[in-house]
Design a protein around this ligand. Structure first.
Ligand SMILES: *Cc1c(COP(=O)(O)O)cnc(C)c1O
Length: 367
């Protein structure tokens, strides 16, 4: 006899308690909601995918993306640093998740800033860990001392920070990297747009894992390739927890081409990152004229705290423009308490899309 029991009750409680990840569903003609590369993928990646032999999908890929490792260390300027290793994953989300699995026992704490990347408390709970958030400081830096004082098993930093777009100071990152007792994860998903990166610190702190992705500046979000760089001991543990074959063969092939082909790869990525930064600053100034103040951005998106965010997002959607709406953000930052915890995150891309956004917003009545 089959017991009559709701199968859902057999799932782990931490899993049952989680909402399904459902970003704003309906497709829009102009999608500015996820900060991917709105110019598309680099030409070298498209060429590599088109030229890939069909046998590539009949065989397993390399176990740990071994071809990508030297190319990534070169890209990060870390090829001369002894002991540096790279772990890849099915998106950088996979690397964050695997790091928690590798290093933390159930019940331990994961420390991070609020607001920051929304997936961090989700991965923490999935791994049986307790997420503990510390508010950003009034100048949008991480509160390094309070984070370290939590004595967490993992401390997560995000530079530039999603969703606020703001940067972190080198002093704060170095403070956490050198004093935290546990593992420090530094998520640099938007490093290509930032005035400064901290990847160099990975070689100097053996508990620091710097995490990057091909999903943003490299325009390959659909292929799901992310990676972490750190010392041999750290990376080898994350790899054990990650398991084999996480990056598929076509994804590895496209990612490798985008690193190795100079003009159609890395150079293309850098040029379009510069263009995104130019358009971002131009858009930010134009939004001020419409009474919308974005925080100072170091990424390829703008973060606009405003109590009108839900209404603006709905009206934009009516015009075929999707932005990311936040409604329940923590309110310790003054700009967010003034907005009742509501904000818009707007991805930056080709100017025509930015102009369409501005045209739509300027039709709306002001506060
Ligand atoms: C987009 C994003 C990632 C994600 O990505 P993958 O697509 O899984 O590589 C990781 N961290 C932050 C802060 C992001 O914004």
């Amino acid at each position: 006899m089959t017991p009559t029991r709701d199968v859902r009750l057999l799932a782990r409680e931490s899993v049952r308690a989680l909402p399904l990840y459902t970003p704003d569903g309906a497709a829009c003609a102009i999608d500015l909601s996820d900060s991917t590369n709105l110019w598309g993928p680099p030409p070298a990646a498209i060429r590599a995918l088109a030229a890939a032999p069909s046998t590539i999908v009949a065989r397993y890929p390399t176990v740990r993306s071994s071809a990508l490792e030297p190319a990534l260390l070169r890209y990060l300027g870390l090829e001369g640093t002894p002991e540096m290793r790279v772990v890849t994953g099915c998106g950088s989300d996979d690397v964050i998740d695997s790091t928690m699995r590798a290093f933390v026992v159930p019940g331990a704490r994961v420390a991070f800033s609020a607001p920051s990347f929304s997936m961090v408390p989700v991965f923490a709970r999935l791994n049986g860990l307790e997420p503990v958030a510390i508010p950003l400081t009034p100048d949008f830096d991480v509160d390094a001392e309070h984070l370290v004082d939590l004595d967490a098993a993992i401390t997560y930093l995000c530079a530039p920070n999603n969703p606020t777009s703001t940067g972190l100071s080198r002093a704060a990152v170095e403070y956490v990297a050198s004093r935290a007792n546990g593992i420090v994860v530094l998520d640099e998903a938007y490093a290509e747009f930032a005035p400064e990166t901290f990847a160099d610190l990975a070689g100097r702190h053996d508990r620091l894992l710097v995490i990057r992705t091909f999903s943003k500046a490299f325009g390959l979000a659909g292929l799901r390739v992310g990676y972490g760089v750190g010392t041999e001991g750290l990376v080898s543990m994350v790899e054990r927890a990650r398991g084999p074959y996480k990056v598929n063969a076509l994804a590895e092939c496209a990612a490798l081409a985008s690193l190795e082909d100079v003009t159609g790869g890395v150079q293309w990525v850098r040029e379009h990152a510069r263009l995104a930064v130019r358009n971002r600053d131009r858009l930010s100034a134009a939004l001020v004229d419409l009474g919308l103040a974005a925080l100072p951005s170091t990424a390829n998106f703008l973060f606009v705290p405003t109590s009108r965010a839900p209404w603006l997002a709905r009206r934009l959607r009516d015009d075929g423009i999707l932005v990311r709406l936040f409604t329940d953000l923590p309110q310790e930052l003054r700009c967010l308490s003034a907005a009742g915890g509501a904000a818009l995150r707007i991805g930056v891309g080709p100017w025509e899309a930015m102009q369409a956004l501005l045209d739509s917003l300027s039709e709306m009545p002001c506060e």
